[in-house]
Design a binder for this molecule. Structure first.
Ligand code: ATP
Ligand code: MG
Length: 567
């Protein structure tokens, strides 16, 4: 698999692309006075990061051409009644808004059922559509393949009157599901198989979330979609490359139906990312089979998952800008998305101290009731980054990994006899450690070099690192959820035994952490850096301020993906 390595620029400036060039040319030539785009999700699942690309494109264009009245609609492509649910309709609206966009009009393709029907009748009247009574298998058989032309249906030359009566009967419920379809009469020998008399309507007795039981015939996507675009006077209908071969049919429908405008379909490459699956169908499978905890599981690249994970909407938009819009399908490296997220969080996140793997440390020369000041100065000019005074007492928590009993020379943290600085505070020296019966270190005994806070190390003291810490007396407990990639391989879809066989069993690990007191009371959605550890967000669902703090790791401080992939 070829994974694109994009050249990054620091700013999120808009790069032009072939679609924006087409639009600019259409405006310059006077073909259009303004631009109307649409984002047309089918409400059969939650939106994912791939949809974000399409959202940023469609809504982004409307924003860029705002001064000439450009608009973008959110349209639910809900013409297929079998898989669609209200829950998805709501989540999709929430996700679009969270990404920072607002639609000009909200539409449901199912509101246009009467119009599609009228268009179908118009095609019949022009001799361009007929009711076919072949079975599904016969139709498939007679369509031919790339090398073999299709053969016409015995019903292809049915008289118009008969077609009209049968089609009315289909609508009225006179015929069984699957017993007949309405087909376009185009060309059974067309090199493009999509033009070999495609089905326009099928009989399907299924309750629709919007229209209930009003209809028992439903239009096919390729027929309905251009009509939806035309009704809404969409000028540029942007879709992914799979639809390139469908464009002649799109144009045929626009040409022959009584439509109020002539939209133009333009295709662009979909977003694929390493270490993930992207289609709603596969995401649904992960949710249903409980490989993840719901659609908003922070390990999923659904919009609701990444929101809960703590990816800022702006970082997602910048990511979409950087990957750009092209005509070539490829796979984008996951580290690129993380790069955007990390860069944004590095600039914006306040700093806090939390210890994920706590080891208790006692300062033997500090009295039990003594308090020692520390001064956190993350950014001299930006107090909102968390600059403040705090204090600690005789006992503190440090990261177990910041101590080694027998450290190598290059380990600059604690070991017997070694010095380290407590972030914002004094230098300490390790005296000894206590162990339990299993030989594990359970307590460090240290001494505080009083008066070294904010000052250089005294002569003869080697202190080359500062570690984060949490005061035992005031620190609080928190649940911290550490997420790793959901799949073990770059291309889970390429797995012979299916993508589920490549799931990472260690994609979630939960730890009991110690956090500084201020962190325990933050609201859900509070995003910050845990000093030296990574970026974290108070969970949107389970975090209870003051009572039961829960934090999700958004992303580590360094690019862990590239490193792991190299292994
Ligand atoms: P899925 O396979 O995930 O269900 P879809 O294309 O069937 O995706 P729709 O709800 O029909 O999903 O998509 C709405 C819009 O989002 C369409 O215009 C579609 O082209 C676009 N889109 C979907 N997936 C991607 C992707 N990975 N990259 C870019 N655009 C996408
Ligand atoms: Mg789909």
């Amino acid at each position: 698999m070829v994974v694109a390595k994009h050249v990054m620029s620091d700013s999120g400036e808009k790069k032009s692309d072939f679609i924006r060039e087409i639009i600019t040319a259409d405006l310059a030539s006077g073909k259009h006075q303004s631009v109307i785009t649409r984002f047309p999700p089918e409400p059969n699942g939650y939106l994912h990061i791939g949809h974000a690309k399409s959202i940023c494109l469609n809504f982004g264009i409307a924003r860029e051409f705002h001064s000439i009245g450009a608009r973008c609609n959110l349209r639910f492509d809900d013409t297929n009644p079998s898989k669609e649910e209200q829950e998805y309709v709501e989540s999709i609206q929430e996700d679009v808004k969270w990404l920072g966009f607002e639609w000009d009009e909200l539409h449901f393709a199912s509101d246009y059922f009467e119009f599609y029907y009228d268009c179908a009748v118009a095609l019949i009247n022009k001799g361009l559509a007929y009711v076919d009574e072949q079975t599904h298998e016969q139709m498939k058989e007679s369509r031919g393949n790339i090398n073999v032309a299709g053969t016409p249906s015995p019903w292809r030359d049915r008289p118009t009157e008969e077609n009209l009566a049968l089609f009315a009967g289909m609508r009225a419920g006179d015929f069984a599901d699957g017993s007949m379809v309405l087909r376009a009469k185009i060309d059974m020998a067309a090199p493009n198989i999509n033009l070999r008399d495609p089905v326009l309507y099928r009989i399907m007795r299924a309750r629709h979330h919007n229209t209930g039981d009003a209809w028992c015939i439903y239009p096919m996507y390729d027929f309905a979609h251009p009509l939806e675009d035309a009704l809404e006077r969409v000028t540029h209908s942007l879709c992914t490359l799979e639809f390139e071969n469908h464009r002649p049919l799109y144009d045929w429908v626009i040409e022959h139906c009584p439509v109020p405008s002539k939209p133009r379909q333009i295709e662009f490459a979909r977003l694929n990312l390493t270490y993930t699956v992207m289609s709603k169908r596969k995401l649904l499978q992960l949710v249903r089979d409980r490989h993840v905890n719901g659609w908003d599981d922070p390990r999923l690249l659904t919009i609701s998952g990444i929101r809960r994970r703590g990816y800022p909407a702006e970082a997602v938009r910048n990511f979409c800008t950087h990957i750009g819009i092209t005509k070539f399908n490829g796979t984008t490296s996951m580290d690129l998305l993380e790069f955007e997220v990390r860069g944004h969080l590095n600039r914006e996140s306040p700093r806090h101290m939390a210890v994920l793997e706590p080891l208790k440390l006692v300062l033997e020369n500090v009295d039990a009731d003594e308090r020692i000041d520390a001064e956190l100065q993350w950014h001299p000019e930006r107090p909102e980054m968390g600059n403040r005074r705090i204090s600690y007492g005789r006992e503190i928590w440090i990261e177990a990994g910041d101590f080694m009993e027998d450290p190598p020379k290059k380990f600059y943290r604690l070991g017997p006899g070694r010095h380290v600085r407590l972030r914002g505070g004094d230098i300490i020296r390790c005296l000894s450690c206590d162990k339990n019966s299993e030989g594990e270190v359970v307590l460090l005994r240290c001494e505080l070099l009083k008066g070294t806070a904010g000052a250089d190390a005294p002569a003869g003291v080697e202190c080359r690192a500062a570690i984060h810490w949490v005061d035992v007396a005031t620190g609080r407990d928190a649940e911290v959820r550490l997420y790793d990639r959901l799949f073990l391989v770059e291309d889970p879809d390429g797995e012979e035994e299916g993508f589920a066989s490549a799931l990472n069993p260690d994609s979630l690990s939960v730890t009991k952490a110690k956090i500084e007191p201020a962190l325990a009371d933050v609201a859900a959605g509070y995003s910050c850096q845990f000093e030296r550890t990574g970026y974290f967000i108070a969970d949107g669902k389970d975090h209870q301020p003051g009572l039961a703090p829960v934090f999700n790791r958004t992303v580590g401080l360094k690019d862990s993906w590239a490193k792991k992939a190299g292994k």
